[in-house]
Design a protein around this ligand. Structure first.
Ligand code: SF4
Ligand code: SF4
Length: 497
């Protein structure tokens, strides 16, 4: 049975000094340490699951390998800043395809809107890095110092050898986790095994050490000490979310019409029918990782982790009352329930207009990106004309334009590519590495794997050629026979017209 006796540490919300008079008119309230109690239940188990999955993804991903052949890195997920590439398993994004990354970010944003409109601050409660690392550090607290009451006693105890030893041990574990967190981050930006070796042998780039130092410090401070303060004061997302929630959004709610007036089990037994279901045991407050009392209504400190639901359901079970005094519910459903109607199934709450619209937009962008990814060519040409001078009149009266052409071979094998002039009758071209006498209308370049070949091209057109639009085409000379085209304007004297 759950502990329903309000001991000093459990009866006074989360803060041992709760009874002390709080200074008024202060810009920033003094932090009240949170000693949240261990709890088990479906939502806690789901939180465990999300924590293990997200941490495993974060720490393990840089070590996954993906064979892309001999000319490309074999790290499954790699942000290769030096070569300006982003690799994600079978997908390789080049700088000129950055719109895919923009699309992913837009999808992430809309996904967050979708989650918020459907299940309130579920992101905050389960998957936000601040939540995940804070949760992890709170488990370390329990491991080293014990559960809520033991931690409270230790907090109040004077500094002595035992307290110092526990604190040092705990902070050392915090530091190790924080270092692993910062360390894992840089592995996304270079070959993980190689960077690891360089890092510990002192041969990594200074920026790698600086990044690890900064991320270690921020994880240590934000996860180990500031914790719920980040959610309540520092993060802008709760403020944005408040504007996005409406009466159709699922939030964690205390059903006050059912719980009030509160009374202890003994008092309620002595006066049947006079009190609500809340036995004022404070278990919902004791398990809350942000130390708030959900019975005071929806508030910015609630990250909707639902641990208070687990705690209260357990109390209700122990005293033989129906579960759900604290529950996920929409404000609309609360009104219905209060009016005596049966609660609607959760899936009905999820199917409202805003959620469906967000889902539609999210899926449309996703399908468009998949389509674009599936149909994109791995051959690309861009042409930039010289601006100064835009053209040259040669001694024989012909007109010359000069260009910088970028030929991209986005396959991980070398390929021959044919560049050709499309339009501009009578014109021929040559490059820096061939004589003008051998100028042609199409030429072949060997482009190494996964490389941009930058070539200077000169196009000469017969005397009297007027300024006009034409194009360069490129075709890969392999079985794929991919093509691309870049339109450009041929410049010449206007008087020729
Ligand atoms: S809401 Fe539930 S857990 Fe919270 S004090 Fe009341 S009975 Fe206890
Ligand atoms: S009030 Fe409940 S749902 Fe909100 S943060 Fe606390 S335990 Fe989580």
């Amino acid at each position: 049975m759950a502990n329903l006796d309000p001991s000093p540490a459990t009866a006074t919300a989360a803060h041992p000094d709760k009874g002390a008079a709080a200074p008024e008119h202060r810009l920033y309230a003094k932090r009240e340490p949170v000693f949240n109690r261990r709890i088990d239940g479906p939502f806690r188990r789901f939180k465990w699951f999300v924590m293990v999955v997200t941490l495993a993804i974060y720490y393990a991903t840089p070590w996954l390998r993906w064979d892309r052949g001999p000319y490309a890195p074999d790290q499954a997920v790699l942000i290769d800043l030096a070569n300006r590439r982003f690799y994600m398993f079978g997908i390789e994004i080049w700088p000129h395809e950055f719109y895919f990354v923009a699309g992913l970010l837009i999808m992430a944003g809309i996904g967050l809107f979708l989650v918020t409109s459907a299940v309130g601050r579920a992101w905050c409660g389960y998957a936000c890095p601040q939540t995940v690392w804070t949760d992890l550090f709170q488990h370390i607290d329990r491991l080293i110092d014990g559960d809520r009451n033991a931690r409270f006693r230790l907090y109040k105890a004077p500094w002595g050898p035992s307290k110092i030893a526990r604190r040092l041990l705990k902070w050392a574990i915090y530091l190790a986790i924080s270092f692993a967190t910062g360390g894992a981050w840089i592995l996304y930006f270079a070959d993980a095994p190689g960077l690891m070796r360089d890092f510990f042998s002192g041969n990594a780039a200074p920026v790698a050490y600086a990044t690890v130092a900064i991320l270690t410090a921020t994880t240590f401070v934000l996860g180990g000490f500031l914790r719920e303060q980040v959610c309540i004061y520092m993060c802008p997302w709760p403020r944005i979310q408040s504007a996005m929630l409406d009466e159709k959004s699922l939030i964690v709610t205390y059903k006050n019409w059912r719980g009030e007036p509160r009374a202890s089990v003994k008092k309620a037994e002595k006066n049947p029918g006079q009190f609500g279901d809340c036995v004022d045991c404070n278990q919902c407050v004791a398990v809350c990782p942000t130390g708030i009392d959900i019975r005071e209504g929806p508030q910015i400190g609630c990250i909707t982790c639902a641990l208070c639901i687990d705690a209260c359901d357990r109390v209700m079970k122990d005293i033989g009352r129906p579960r759900g005094l604290i529950d996920y519910a929409t404000l609309e459903d609360c009104k219905r329930e209060q009016a005596g109607e049966a609660p609607r199934p959760v899936w009905r709450s999820l199917m409202h207009t805003r959620t469906l619209v967000y889902s539609g937009i999210w899926a449309a962008i996703g399908f468009a990106m998949l389509f674009a990814l599936g149909t994109r060519a791995r051959t690309d040409i861009t042409v930039a004309a010289d601006r100064n001078p835009p053209y040259m009149l040669l001694s024989d009266g012909s007109i010359r334009n000069a260009y910088t052409v970028k030929l991209r071979n986005m396959q991980n094998r070398p390929r021959d590519m044919k560049i050709a002039l499309d339009g501009l009758p009578g014109a021929v071209m040559w490059t820096d590495d061939m004589p003008r006498e051998k100028a042609v209308r199409d030429l072949i370049r060997k482009v190494p794997a996964d490389t941009t070949d930058v070539v200077r091209l000169y196009v000469v057109a017969p005397e009297g050629t007027v300024p006009q639009e034409y194009g360069f085409t490129v075709q890969s000379l392999d079985e794929a026979a991919e093509t691309d085209r870049s339109d450009i304007r041929f410049e010449g004297p206007e008087t020729s017209q």
